[in-house]
Design a protein around this ligand. Structure first.
Ligand code: ADP
Length: 566
């Protein structure tokens, strides 16, 4: 069995075909021979019967003087016996005795009568020739004495015909088997040629070359279908390997960057401690300065560790505690927080589509994703997009989160309801209902990070806008942080979302961010099936806009059913 399984498929198929062909030919050849021989012998037999009868009649007539002896074909051996079985006369006188048929028993008249003309099989004394023989009674004297006529015919011509037939048959049979084997081998070889290609490619893949793909075979053949499935599988494996390599690479870089980031503040803390121990810090002001530096570095490290933890948690992809969240109040809270921390700033919450709630069917939805936040001028009568303190897109109608103490900004002409002094940014007319399915804390985190960057990367007196919008057509809502600072060059917009990536600008250096803020934003946005985009603020600055599917949209993240444990 083991030896059988070691034989190649090609050899097996060829071998089995040849075997079947040979068996078939043998069976049909032997069968045909047996039938044919029987038929020919039967023919000879019946002819012998007829000829023996007519010879007996003509010999009897001649003996009675009623005619001449008939001439019998020399193919026949004819012998005449008297009534007691003694040989009287026979033909084939010039044939040696050993080649004549020998009677097995003496043929007296009684035995001949009992035989009743049945054919006997006789052999010669050398036992190499068979004869068919019949014995018939006949008259051997003019007195009417009866004797026996034995007529025999050799079966040698029949055997010779059979042997010739066998030779011809074997010759043809051998030819058929050889041609069959050759054709089978050829067919199997050409059919399996693509399989050998598969074999070669598989070997190359086994050696680690995952870029190899199978081709060549016609798609609707078995091998073609196999190739297609294998190629799909290979692409998937290749992608998985690449993903894994990328993840490992990212992880390695991440760990390296994180250690590097943590080492810098640690080195300076240790430096100050050493200075102090060595007595280099004497004056109280020097000590105070060192302490302040240590504190700052500790705060920086703390922030970094917080960010790292946050990212690690996000990477865990734990199910989110989803609930419908209105972006508007979050924007207002963020504005309040930012104003509290940066008292010199004008921070406003704006909505580009004022009548979103009441009139959403009549007003065409504005696809903010492709418009860099610009709102058609019809929706912003009188607004001047170039006005430096204008929010992105010259937003109109509503400026919600404006604290009284920041009322230094001029009321914009486009405001439908100019904010009243001491007004708190809660229920404003014209607010949009941007309800998304999200974990509220995470959304707050996004806004905090974006606001933090906007405040850090723009001049301290420039305004910042928080814009909330709803795009009904695409069933999504957005929150944007719009600053009027240095902006982000297009070539680095992709990079800023990478972990630890920081622009090497003087501001980035002096503010000492961890480079993780936007990575956290990207991670949270992805976990909420959202998207984030960075565009230029008209007039200069950066606009970060985050889109989430509306809570009613099918693409909104789904709440995971709580697991109840008893
Ligand atoms: P960091 O902690 O350094 O702020 P982030 O991931 O939040 O890290 O930001 C990465 C980089 O993106 C920053 O170093 C900065 O160069 C750039 N960036 C982010 N937000 C702004 C913005 N509002 N204006 C200009 N540049 C920005």
């Amino acid at each position: 069995m083991e030896r059988w399984s070691r034989i190649s498929l090609r050899s097996k198929i060829t071998g089995v075909t040849v075997l079947m062909l040979t068996l078939g030919l043998l069976v049909s050849g032997i069968g045909t021979m047996a039938m044919l021989r029987q038929y020919v012998v039967q023919q000879v037999d019946s002819q012998l019967q007829i000829d023996a009868q007519s010879a007996s009649n003509s010999y009897s007539a001649a003996a009675l003087g009623q005619g001449t002896t008939a001439v019998v074909s020399s193919d026949y051996y004819v012998a005449l016996y008297d009534e007691h079985g003694s040989l009287e006369d026979h033909t084939w006188r010039d044939v040696p005795r050993s080649e004549l048929p020998i009677l097995t028993a003496p043929l007296d008249l009684q035995t001949v009568m009992e035989l009743d003309g049945k054919t006997m099989t006789l052999v010669d004394s050398a036992h190499d020739t068979e004869f068919l023989a019949v014995a018939v009674p006949l008259v051997i004297s003019p007195q009417g004495t009866l004797g026996t006529l034995v007529m025999a015919v050799s079966l040698r011509p029949t055997e010779n015909t059979m042997a010739t037939y066998l030779t011809i048959f074997l010759g043809f049979g051998l030819g058929v088997v050889l041609v069959g084997a050759l054709l089978t081998r050829l067919l199997v070889t050409t059919t399996f040629a693509p399989l050998r290609e598969v074999e070669r490619t598989a070997a190359a893949i086994a050696d680690g070359d995952f870029s190899q793909r199978l081709g060549g075979a016609t798609p609707n053949t078995e091998v073609g279908r196999l190739n297609r499935s294998l190629n799909t599988m290979l692409s998937r494996i290749d992608r998985l390997f690449k993903d894994r390599a990328r993840t490992i690479d990212q992880m390695r870089r991440f760990v390296g960057d994180a250690s590097h980031e943590l080492r810098t503040p640690l080195v300076s803390v240790r430096g100050y401690a050493e200075l102090y121990r060595m007595g280099a810090l004497q004056a109280p002001e020097e000590i105070a300065l060192a302490m302040e530096r240590i504190e700052k570095e500790a705060i920086r490290m703390g922030g970094l560790v917080e960010d790292l933890l946050e990212l690690a948690r996000l990477d865990e992809t734990k199910p989110l505690a989803l609930a419908p969240v209105d972006l508007m109040p979050l924007a207002r809270d963020a504005a309040l927080d930012a104003m509290a921390s940066s008292p010199g700033r004008t921070i406003t919450v704006v909505t580009p589509i004022p009548a979103e709630i009441e009139d959403s069917t009549e007003r065409p939805a504005i696809d903010l994703a492709h418009s860099t936040g610009e709102v058609p001028s019809a929706a912003a009568p009188g607004s001047k997009p170039d006005e430096p303190n204008q929010p992105a897109g010259g937003s109109v109608s509503f400026a919600g989160a404006t604290l009284a103490r920041l009322r230094t900004r001029k009321p914009r002409k486009a405001d439908v309801t100019p904010p009243a002094p001491e007004q708190t940014p809660v229920t404003e007319p014209g607010t949009v209902q941007a309800v998304v399915m999200a974990e509220e804390n995470k959304i707050r985190q996004i806004i905090t990070n974006l606001m933090g960057n906007a405040l850090r990367f723009s001049p301290t007196d420039s305004p910042v806008e928080l814009e909330v919008a709803v795009d009904r057509r695409n069933q999504r809502a957005s929150i944007a942080v719009i600053d009027h600072g240095e902006g982000i060059p297009p070539q680095i917009r992709e990079k800023i979302f990478q972990r630890f990536w920081r622009a090497d600008t003087s501001r980035a250096r002096e503010t000492g961010g961890s480079g993780l803020g936007l990575a956290i934003v990207a991670s949270i946005v992805a976990s909420h099936n959202g998207t984030v985009q960075v565009v230029d603020t008209p007039g200069g600055g950066a606009t970060f806009r985050v889109w989430f599917p509306l809570a009613c949209s099918p693409s909104a993240p789904q709440r995971v059913a709580p697991v109840i444990t008893s």
